[in-house]
Design a protein around this ligand. Structure first.
Ligand code: FAD
Length: 294
């Protein structure tokens, strides 16, 4: 089974795609249409997020099992420590392995309900992603990814502390990192520089949101934890009432960001798809990340 890190170490840049577990049958059909459309473009891997509730978690396990057994895609499952004992985490990791998923994005996660609320670990659980990295590693031959934050994690006091704990996750056995959303290439490059300056040479992949609607812009602001630069708002806000124009300008802005990142040598771009494929297909086509046979 190919690992994510093998695919990231290729000679030419690649891309990957992220989905969330479907909530019902209609969602499932939408997800699978997007999966099949993107499969033809040979992404480096496809990941599925891990939610807080039981049904969402079952959805992640079911969907990633289908990806592993019914498609040519390299599957990566997200996993969080939220509300799980270590025994439960071991079970989920065992399920992933049993269906052929050997790539795991190991996350601490947020308190359910209020992401900014007090973090209370499960009494028999884990406190930080670093411990989950160690757990996954101790259970077999897995390729492990972790999160990274260009502006620092919202709970981190300062960037030096944030970098210190990110490097600890790498030292605990993580193979690569995926960066949270950000606005300008320099924001990502500074994160990469901080990690390199700490003596760590692990790969960090930028997370990219196709800015197709005002909602995707707002989601990027929310997830990044930063204010959007005035120059981007001046480009997009006047188009909020014109769906077609917003989409065109938003995708131009994202293309420019990705071109800059590729020029700076990033090995891959990780696209948040919202379970749709069209915008990602358009972007990777423009960026020349699609293999010739596709
Ligand atoms: P950690 O790395 O554990 O960090 C949490 C905080 O603790 C940080 O402030 C960190 O600096 C600090 N810290 C870390 N280690 C230590 C230590 N040893 N001692 C003291 N402090 C420490 N959430 C989901 O629920 N499901 C998903 O599928 C999901 N996918 C994601 C994918 C990506 C690419 C990213 C960037 C985020 C994702 N998230 C997901 C969100 C993530 O769960 C949250 O950002 C969460 O708040 C922190 O998880 P973490 O793994 O970054 O935590």
């Amino acid at each position: 089974m190919t690992s994510v890190i093998e695919r990231l170490r290729g000679e030419t840049p690649v891309f990957s795609v992220e989905f969330f577990p479907p909530r019902d049958e209609a969602d499932e059909a939408i997800l699978w249409r997007a999966v099949r459309e993107l499969e033809q473009l040979d992404p480096a891997y496809m990941s599925i997020t891990y939610g807080a509730g039981g049904s969402s978690r079952d959805g992640t396990i079911r969907s990633i099992a289908r990806v592993a057994t019914e498609t040519t895609l390299v599957p990566m499952a997200h996993l969080t420590a939220v509300d799980h004992s270590v025994a439960e985490l071991r079970n989920v990791i065992g399920w992933y392995a049993a269906v052929g998923v050997r790539n795991i994005l190991a996350l601490r996660g947020d308190p359910p309900g209020d992401p900014y609320g007090e973090w209370i670990p499960h009494p028999q659980g884990l406190n930080y992603a670093e411990e989950l990295v160690e757990l996954v590693r101790s259970l077999g031959d897995f390729c492990v990814g972790v999160s990274a934050f260009p502006y620092g994690h919202p709970r981190s006091g300062d960037l030096d502390t944030d970098t210190k704990y990110l490097v600890r996750k790498f030292n605990a056995g993580a193979d690569f990192g995926i960066a949270q959303l950000f606005f300008e290439a320099e924001d990502f490059l500074r994160l990469r520089d901080r990690v390199a300056a700490a003596g760590c040479d692990k790969l960090i992949i930028p997370g990219i949101m196709p800015l197709t609607t005002p909602r995707t812009l707002n989601k990027t602001i929310e997830l990044s934890g930063a204010n959007a630069p005035r120059s981007l708002l001046d480009r997009l806000e006047p188009l909020a009432g014109d769906a077609k124009a917003f989409r065109a300008e938003g995708l131009d802005a994202v293309t420019e960001l990705c071109e800059r990142l590729l020029a700076e040598g990033v090995p891959s771009l990780h696209f948040y798809t919202f379970n749709r494929s069209k915008a990602t297909r358009e972007l990777v086509g423009r960026l020349g990340l699609v293999p010739a046979r596709a």
